[in-house]
Design a protein around this ligand. Sequence first.
Ligand code: BGP
Length: 479
Amino acid sequence: MSFPEGFLWGASTSAYQVEGAAYEDGKKASQQDIINKDSYEKFGFATAEVASDMYHHYKEDVALMKEMGFKAYRFSIAWSRVLPDGVGEVNEKGMQFYKDLIDELVKNDIEPIITLYHYDLPWALCEKYNGWLDRQVVDDFMVFTKLIVDEFKDKIKYWTVINEQSIIVQYWTQKCYIPEEVLSDNQKRYQINHHMNLANALATIYIHENVPGAMVGAALGYSPIYPLTSNSLDVMAMQNAQALRNDYYTDVYFKGYYNKAAHIYLEQHGLAPIMEEGDLELIADPRAIHDFLALNNYASECAKWCGEDEKEIAWSGVNRSGKKGDISGFETHPGFYEMCKNPKLDTTDWDWAIDPQGMEYMLRDLYNRYNKPLMITENGLGAYDILTEDRKVHDEYRIDFLKKNIQAVERAIDKGVEVLAYCPWSYCDLLSTSNGVKKRYGFVYIDRTDDDPKQCERIRKDSFYWYQKCIQSNGKELD
Ligand code: BGP
């Protein structure tokens, strides 16, 4: 069977991580402009001001995508570029950028796959009411959504509404503006998520009702979870972790309700979201059910049993240094599960488990459970690339990682899973959400450092040429 005709080979990015021009042509700050300014001061990671400067290089970028043979490109729209104050006056110059980008893609036969929200809420809404913490954001998100859907409904078929709700819950300070006084209140993580579910349901209904033939989904950060051992308690811990970290999101998208085991756990621990009358009915509305799931998969995770007397650790730490093993603590929920390192797997320098086999497992498991088409909208290897004196990048480690993942996707397709697209992270190097620009993912090298944006010159890496052959042969030529 292998990759079907019309399979959408491409790659992904997100607005604030590539565009730059953070304050140009009427754009105002998003929460990511503020969060990344803070990370620059604390850790020396680049700000989002220039990023990969795609705002000024988009034609060159689409030409490079075309040269690689892309059939699709997944990217997001920066809310603060088109509505600088979150609501109110439209910034025509900002809107023009997306019109031009989308036209350029369509002209080159590259299918645009849109993400409406990728971590970058307009800062004005954080100042006004603390952003996603306030339910008002749901109505404001719909103002933005209607604007974009009405503008692009004739050109866009694939819509992903919100990027990585599960990751926003886990790593909320990197993905959202969270005021000091709320930091220790973990219930608020699930409150934010509930507001996102309402926004997602309303947006999905709106797209379904206004865009004939549209396919709507979420781009979910998803890691399959394995038990540390075959001890049945570890297997139960795996099931609990799966419920709270994964099914809590996918059940909403496809079944229209919160996963019961996860929700009961949250209620028992005072973490469940506060809901209003009609919320659950809205989430359950058949028009709010998704047509496909877009998966952002980098790694697999591992869980083990954890006794009632262990200490609660709300979420696993983040490796900021890029030195293997430099991760501070694993998420621990006494009597439910504890996350841990998988001793069978090697990791990246940032402690993400390298597990291409997990890709096949994830695709088959999700397709068995929900029977909906799947897309890969992120998958990749963050690494320190070296630009040689003759201006080449020999990233054979990335080629090896992607090759094994593509083979895993192919095995899943051969076992009957419907996969629509493979769009790894990322088209070019960009600003990482947690580690600056020195952690690179792209097929195209961006010549800049965390301190110096230079000219953001584009340089084709070895993986660029390798992916070009892969696409030309519809996934057959991988060596
Ligand atoms: C996903 C996000 C992306 C991206 C990627 C890699 O969670 O959707 O925005 O950046 O992960 O993560 P990082 O940048 O932290 O290496």
